[in-house]
Design a protein around this ligand. Structure first.
Ligand code: GAR
Length: 220
C-alpha cells in the first residue's frame, strides 16, 4: 500500500485534550463537520471538570471524559490514567488544544510523532504562560502561534507551522490574544489535515513535508 495512503487510514480519529474554553477544539470540530478535515473527534478529554469546552462537546454529541489532576498524587499516575483513556481509542492523532498540564517524559515518549500542540507565540520565543504580555513587554514586532510535535520539554518540540501577527502600538494582551486565536483556529485544522493525509510526518528527528525534509516551519 502507498505509504501516504496508509498514514491517512491509520490517523482518522482525533483525541483532543483541553483544560478550558476549547475554542480550538470547536474550530477543529467545525472543520470536521464541514468536510475540511477528514477526521472525527473520538473523544474530548479534560483535566478540569469545569472546562467550558466540555459543554460544547456534549452539545455536539462528542464523547467526553474528565481525568481530574486533583485526583492523583503525582504527574506519573495522572499521565498513566490519561494514557489509559487515550488508548481506548484505536490509534488516534492526539491534539493538545489549550491543555495546560506539563506532561511526563513517559507520556510524551509513548505518543512520539502522534501528538500535536498549538502554542500562542512564535516558538521558540515565549514558551510557557502569558505569551501575549511577554511579546508586548519585549517590544516584539511580530507575534503569532505555532503548531508543533510534542516532546518532553514544554513548548519545545519541532515546529511544523507558524502564523504571524504584527504587533500594534496600541496592543493590549487581550487585543493581541484575540487576533492570535483567530489565526490559531485556521492553522490548527489545516496542519492536522496535512498530518492525517501523511503529508507531514516526523521521522528520525526531522519533519518531512511531502516526503522531503522541512527546513523551516510552514508560514500562514
Ligand atoms: C490557546 O491560545 C492555545 O494556544 C493556548 O491556550 C489557549 C487555549 O484556548 N495553549 C497554550 O498556551 C499551550 N502552551 P482554547 O481553550 O480556546 O482553545
Amino acid at each position: 500500500m502507498n505509504h501516504h495512503v496508509q498514514s491517512q487510514l491509520t490517523h482518522q480519529s482525533l483525541v483532543i485534550l483541553i483544560s478550558g474554553r476549547g475554542s480550538n477544539m470547536q474550530a477543529i470540530h467545525q472543520a470536521c463537520t464541514r468536510g475540511a478535515l477528514n477526521a472525527s473527534i473520538a473523544m474530548v478529554i479534560s483535566n478540569r471538570p469545569q472546562a467550558a469546552g466540555l459543554d460544547y462537546a456534549k452539545e455536539n454529541r462528542i464523547p467526553t471524559c474528565v481525568v481530574d489532576h486533583h485526583d492523583f498524587t503525582d504527574r506519573v499516575t495522572f499521565d498513566r490514567a490519561l494514557a489509559d483513556v487515550i488508548d481506548s481509542v484505536e490509534n488516534p492523532l492526539i491534539i493538545l488544544a489549550g491543555f495546560m498540564r506539563r506532561l511526563t517524559a513517559e507520556f510524551t515518549h509513548r505518543y512520539t510523532a502522534r501528538m500535536l500542540n498549538i502554542h500562542p507565540s512564535l516558538l521558540p520565543r515565549h514558551p510557557g504562560l502569558n505569551t501575549h504580555a511577554s511579546a508586548i513587554a519585549s517590544g516584539d514586532r511580530w507575534h503569532g502561534c505555532s503548531v508543533h510535535y510534542v516532546t518532553e520539554e514544554l513548548d519545545s518540540g519541532p515546529v511544523i507551522a507558524r502564523a504571524i501577527v504584527p504587533l500594534l502600538r496600541s496592543d493590549t494582551p487581550d487585543a493581541l490574544a484575540d487576533r492570535v486565536i483567530s489565526r490559531e483556529h485556521v492553522i490548527y485544522p489545516a496542519i492536522i489535515q496535512l498530518c492525517l493525509r501523511g503529508l507531514i510526518e516526523w521521522q528520525d528527528g526531522h519533519i518531512l513535508y511531502c516526503g522531503k525534509r522541512l527546513r523551516n516551519p510552514l508560514l500562514f
